[in-house]
Design a protein around this ligand. Structure first.
Ligand code: SF4
Length: 321
């Protein structure tokens, strides 16, 4: 591992002024450093900051500190009762040990699990811009089918962010100049385009301090993850949803998808195909058509297109019929 400076921050202001790569749980960053995929000159340890609480908001939502461990968030009674989709998504991720260490803010910033990204001998535009993408034309079973570019077809690997996308979460940050920002999770991530190395809209040195959840939406909540083994595996596809049926019709639907794009994916056209309709297989098929209209496979991952269709339809059937 390359040598680096280390500083433990004593306050948020000190952390953003310190000028280094933030580290808290380290469940992803340390692996990347050991493999020389990431080689920061300086680590700023934020693990002792006062950001580990879950608090009620005046509007009935929750404010989650960026350092709340995934296991604590999943087990919080308010989250279990009001945000079941989030608790289920958290428990579907990683292992018990990792969830004890991984933080809410860090989970949002988890990097892709593309094999070539972790192999420093391989061409990878995300790790080394301009070096090519060996996943395109290579082994791409876990890769994206939506929102890809000819520079990168990687997926975001998280579960928790998919649920938060369905819940319209907001990311709260502090910049180096002291300014605070509130960024809708829908505006937080970027598609790969020509710059796959830039994965979100954070500025250099900008620290995630909290995540805000709006009041719990009406309807039944679910998270379904399809993976190669029953635990400790990333999603091939996943669906997070909140669907409300009133008087035999779908009154509202919020659906987000994991394992299929460079970001937790949400498409208003999918929800528009459902709202106002009486639940039926034909309506669910129309929603799946809207979701997959521009989907594209790259060989080994072609199976994800029918898999995502079937998973979405099965979830909608379970939750509405
Ligand atoms: Fe790198 Fe993205 Fe291509 Fe994977 S898919 S090799 S992360 S550029």
């Amino acid at each position: 591992m390359k040598t680096f400076d280390y500083e433990r921050a004593s306050s948020i202001d000190a952390a953003v002024r310190a000028g280094g790569r933030f580290i808290a749980g380290g469940t992803n960053l340390l692996d990347l450093m050991k493999l020389q995929v990431e080689t920061p000159d300086k680590l700023v340890d934020i693990s002792r900051l006062d950001l580990d609480r879950i608090e009620e908001r005046d509007d009935g939502g929750l404010t989650i500190g960026a350092l709340v461990p995934n296991s604590d968030l999943a087990a919080d009674p308010r989250v279990i009762e009001r945000y079941e989709v989030l608790s289920r998504a958290l428990l579907a991720g990683a292992s018990g040990q990792l969830r004890n260490k991984a933080t809410t803010g860090g989970n949002l910033l988890q990097r892709t699990r593309c094999y070539y990204f972790y192999d420093t001998a391989a061409g990878c535009n995300k790790r080394e811009p301009g070096s090519g993408c060996e996943a395109i034309g290579g082994f791409n079973r876990i890769h994206a089918i939506i929102g890809t570019s000819d520079q990168c077809i990687a997926t975001h690997p998280g579960d928790m962010p998919v649920a938060m996308r369905a819940l319209d979460a907001v990311v709260v940050t502090q910049r180096r100049d002291g300014d605070k920002r509130r960024i809708s999770l829908g505006d937080f991530y970027r598609l790969p385009g020509d710059t796959p190395q830039i994965e979100n809209v954070l500025d250099a040195g900008e620290l995630i301090t909290h995540i805000e959840l709006p009041p719990a939406p009406a309807g039944r909540q679910f998270y379904r993850k399809v993976r190669d083994r029953a635990s400790y595996a990333f999603a091939l596809v996943s669906v997070a949803g909140v669907v409300d049926v009133q008087d035999g019709r779908i009154a509202s639907a919020a659906l987000a998808f994991g394992g299929v794009a460079h970001m937790p994916w949400r498409n208003p056209a999918v929800e528009q195909a459902l709202v106002g309709q009486a639940p039926s297989t034909e309506v669910f098929e129309a929603a799946a058509d809207a979701l997959l209209r521009d989907a594209r496979g790259f060989g080994s991952n072609d199976f994800k297109i029918p898999l995502l269709r079937r998973t979405l339809i099965a979830c909608l059937r379970d939750v509405t019929l």
